[in-house]
Design a protein around this ligand. Structure first.
Ligand code: URA
Length: 242
């Protein structure tokens, strides 16, 4: 979403209520811009990130405007889906954000039992650029295994010939970096269903724990606690593509 937008439409799209409810908020003086109440709900505004620091709604800073991206530390036990039983990653965000248009979606998915770095955005172009197979954006996982590594796994993963059960196209080469007999980093550039777990199954092992710590050149920040999120800055987005 770029360019100028009517204030009532913008705030309604950001989940602050229907356009009528937003108009009522404005009439009540509860929407301010640069410290002064906004007079007209139909004023046109340029939608840019700085608006969040200039506008207040009911005294609180405006949510991030459309065109936003988040990095979230996904805990285990939370599902990357808009509608499934149990806790969803979207439940970790403010409830108002569920009503946003365009909607916020996760960039690819992590399994329910996988933890770590998950990106979310309402910017469809950005989402597709990150998951596009042509971009080869690398994802790094820390896998904790049920059985010790045998020594042949790195070559199998790097071969570009490994087939996952039920598939007919081999996996692109991936990089294994063993840490201990039962823990290793695995860096992949594809995003196939349960890919890392199925890769270890293909070499006779089993993943007990899986954690993603890096997407492209963007690391999960050490101070981002499980279950919390942070707005991505332009440099964070750039890091994904380096
Ligand atoms: N591979 C998996 O098996 N699970 C994930 O969540 C991500 C990659």
């Amino acid at each position: 979403m770029s360019g100028a937008f009517r204030l009532d439409r913008l705030l309604a799209n950001m989940g602050y209520g229907s356009r009528k409810e937003v108009q009522q908020l404005v009439r009540s003086g509860l929407v301010t811009l640069d410290g002064a109440p906004v007079a007209d709900a139909d004023m046109r505004l340029k939608v840019e990130p700085e608006l969040s620091s200039r506008m207040r709604v009911r005294g609180a800073r405006l949510d991030p405007v459309p065109g936003m991206a988040l990095m979230l530390h996904k805990p285990k036990g939370v599902t990357c889906s808009h509608k499934e039983a149990g806790t969803l990653v979207y439940d970790l965000l403010p409830s108002r954000w569920r009503a946003r248009e365009p909607a916020i979606s996760s960039v690819g998915r992590l399994d329910k039992e996988t933890s770590g770095l998950l990106l979310l955005t309402d910017d469809g172009d950005l989402l597709h650029r990150i998951i596009s197979p042509k971009r080869h954006v690398a994802k790094r996982y820390l896998a904790t295994l049920a059985r010790p590594l045998q020594g042949h796994e790195g070559a199998a993963f790097a071969s570009g010939e490994l087939m996952l059960e039920g598939e007919d196209k081999p996996l692109a080469p991936a990089v294994l970096e063993p840490l201990t007999p039962t823990t290793a980093w695995l860096t992949v550039t594809e995003g196939r269903y349960h890919q890392v777990r199925r890769m270890f199954a293909a070499v006779g092992n089993h993943v007990n724990e899986l954690h993603r710590d890096r997407i492209g050149g963007l690391n999960l920040p050490g101070d981002l606690e499980p279950g919390t999120y942070r707005l991505m800055r332009d440099e964070d987005i750039a890091a994904v593509f380096t």
